[in-house]
Write a protein that binds this ligand. Sequence first.
Ligand SMILES: [Zn+2]
Ligand SMILES: [Zn+2]
Length: 233
Amino acid sequence: MNIPQNPRAEIQQLIQQGDLEGLLVKAGELHGHFCPYLALGVKAAYTALKRLGIEQSTGMEEIVAIVETNNCFSDGIQMVTGCTFANNALIYHDLGKTAVTVARRDGAGIRIVLKDEWRDAFNTRHPEAYALFKKIVVDREEATPAEQERLMQVWTESSFDQLGLPEEEIFDVKPVEIEVPPFAPIFASVRCSICGESLMETRARVKDGKPVCITCAGAEHYVLDGSGISIRR
Ligand SMILES: [Zn+2]
Ligand SMILES: [Zn+2]
């Protein structure tokens, strides 16, 4: 096997070539389907990287992406910037805005926000996609297999259509200076005295003088799901 030295060589090349369609295809591999917000995430990430003069990222936090939504948009951001949930270069603020700030470690960044006018413009441009999305996804109405299939089809078409729209029609783009958080620390592990599973020391609780995991302690913790971040037990 030929082991690649740069796992993101293909994405890097697509960024260099300004191949937004190719980047959306790659983002679809991660996201599982093509949708307009994924395309917007791809376009926003590309725009930010271009403005910052960045063409590659190694996922070692040399750039960070701060996303303000956990909708489809953020998968476009992850794939194109290489800043992901697990390499700690993706920072999530639970604000519910289709917005991202991409920044270099020195704090120089670009904030991009989806314009409010985008939604109406999209619905006018893609009435069938809008109508099917509303019926099947928003209102959760019964849909025929043909309608389901048609939704995915028009959704895909409308996604690729977003890539060609002028940036100023879609986004507010402005340079920002931000304080980039320190590199993610590496924490020691401890073993839960009840279930025996290992966990980060900072997440351990103490019961009868011994370390236990949050699950065994029945303690509160943060959960990120489709509704955003909440506290659960
Ligand atoms: Zn999606
Ligand atoms: Zn445990």
